[in-house]
Design a protein. Structure first.
Length: 264
């Protein structure tokens, strides 16, 4: 599954239904295949086949554990980076007091514009072109703020220049925190990991149906429980990987940026 397809499925809410339909279809194919071999070729369920099935399901469980653990860790990291971004913004904004009094109002307004744009930056992130344009606009605001701060420090008298100049590394740290948080949103496992996970989920459904077909005993309850749990697990993993697209989000931490803006 390509990244653009994942983004579309997550943003539209279709992903769990696509997974459910796909796994139900594979289960039905497995059931019919198992019945055919059982009736036409007198194939029976043997211990060796159970070993192969157990190995495949073990591999599926391992892959789910790997992707879930990684997605959870990255989700926590992204929350921590928003906190870092928030703290560096607050510190840099308070440091404006070190600059010339006549420059402070203009620089404070630039800080407010920078934060206002940052608050709205990740709305409708499904539109990648619009998001890229917003990032470019954020960078332009950052450059404008930096130039204004540097100009104010240069105008400061020699005795106060060392004190005023302390705002520059704090603004730089604020920009670095933003870039670190933005780039962290792009950290995901290689596409082959997602492809293997989806493939194994479908193969697991196929094998479940095949086993019931060989025994000619259809247990819809267990089949549905397996399919729903598998689809739900994959859905949660993808939502953790793309927290600004699905039902899992970072809104609680983004609200802290709004709270900071109200104090300015």
């Amino acid at each position: 599954m390509s990244e653009s397809m994942r983004i579309h499925l997550l943003a539209s809410g279709l992903l769990p239904w696509v997974l459910l339909v796909g796994m139900l279809l594979m289960s039905e194919i497995g059931w019919r295949t198992g019945r055919y071999f059982s009736v036409s070729h007198q194939v029976s369920k043997a211990g060796a086949s159970d070993t192969f099935v157990a190995a495949i399901f073990g591999l599926l469980a391992l892959l789910i554990a790997f992707t879930f653990s990684g997605a959870s860790d990255r989700y926590d990291q992204r929350r921590g980076l928003i906190v870092k971004e928030l703290l560096t913004m607050g510190t840099a904004y308070m440091s404006v007091d070190r600059l010339n009094k006549e420059d402070q109002p203009g620089i404070r307004e630039l800080f407010k514009s920078y934060l206002d744009h940052r608050i709205t930056l990740y709305r409708n992130v499904g539109d990648t072109a619009a998001l890229e344009a917003k990032v470019q606009a954020q960078s332009a605001l950052a450059n404008q703020l930096w130039r204004a701060a540097v100009a104010s420090v240069e105008k400061t008298g020699d005795l106060q220049k060392l004190v005023a100049a302390q705002i520059l590394p704090e603004i730089s740290t604020m920009f670095d925190a933003f870039d670190e948080q933005r780039l962290a949103m792009k950290f995901h496992p290689p596409p082959i990991i997602w492809q293997a996970l989806m493939l194994l989920a479908l193969i697991g459904s196929l094998l479940s149906g095949y086993g019931m077909g060989i025994e000619q005993k259809r247990d819809w309850f267990l089949a549905l429980v397996f399919i729903v749990l598998m689809a739900g697990a994959v859905y949660v993993i993808l939502n953790l990987e793309f927290p600004r697209l699905g039902s899992i989000n970072l809104d609680e931490f983004e609200q802290e940026l709004i709270a900071l803006r109200k104090t300015m």
